[in-house]
Design a protein around this ligand. Structure first.
Ligand code: 5GP
Length: 216
């Protein structure tokens, strides 16, 4: 039997995953969803426009600058930040509701957001994904063929700035081998779940009464 309690018995864990662009964060997060149950992702608000097949309300809540301002003023964000000239934010109420339901919530956000979450939700688990080398990161960005050489240089500068902040995070996972990185991620979440479930596990054992001693 698994020593993890049913998730409904405890509050969910906010799981922040950050990485420089080109590290493989999106694929690793998708893999994590495949491997684990009781985890959901937070749908952020952004002022950038949808790309490709992205859908409003599913990939992001796409909002105008005015609407984003209104949400900031109304205190609707758990955290927000400007990334590559656009604003992104995590909604308070939707996130807290999912956590209260016992679901772990994956927040795919940048390091500025990670720092805010660490202050506001001290029980959050912060994981930073790293490329094996900067050469490999540059090679991955070039292979994506979506950016101009100038944009690639800018992303690499930005990557250095983000990686310099990784000391804030609880765990670093190097994405050299995809399967290994995915299994490291799963191990980290499993360990955090066991830690969060500790009080309930102990309580369940200590409050056990044999059938013969239960009131009739
Ligand atoms: P993209 O525009 O490529 O989807 O995302 C750009 C960056 O914004 C990524 O590093 C992503 O993790 C980050 N991001 C997405 N949503 C949020 C959010 O709600 N808050 C913060 N701080 N960063 C976000």
């Amino acid at each position: 039997m698994s020593s993890e309690l049913p998730q409904s018995k405890r509050r969910g864990i906010p799981i922040v995953v950050s990485a420089a662009s080109g590290t493989g964060k999106t694929s690793l997060c998708l893999k994590l969803f495949e491997m684990l149950s009781n985890v959901t992702r937070s749908v952020s608000y952004t002022t950038r426009t949808p790309r490709g097949s992205e859908r409003d309300g599913i990939d992001y809540h796409f909002v105008s600058d005015q609407e984003f301002d209104r949400l900031v003023q109304a205190g609707e964000f758990l955290e927000w930040a400007e990334v590559f000239g656009k604003r992104y934010g995590t909604g308070w109420s939707a996130t807290v509701q999912k956590l209260d339901e016992g679901l772990d919530v994956l927040l795919d956000i940048d390091v500025q957001g990670g720092a805010q979450i660490k202050t506001r939700l001290p029980d959050a688990l912060l994981i930073f994904l790293l490329p094996p080398t900067m050469e490999e990161l540059a090679r991955r960005l070039e292979n994506r063929a979506t950016d101009t050489p100038d944009q690639i240089s800018r992303r690499l500068r930005e990557a250095r700035r983000e990686i310099a902040q990784c000391g804030l995070y609880d765990y670093l996972v190097v994405n050299d081998d995809f399967e290994k990185a995915a299994s490291d991620l799963r191990a980290i979440v499993t360990a955090a779940r066991l830690q969060a479930a500790r009080p309930e596990i102990v309580q369940r054992l200590l409050t056990f009464q044999p059938a013969s001693q239960r009131p009739t």
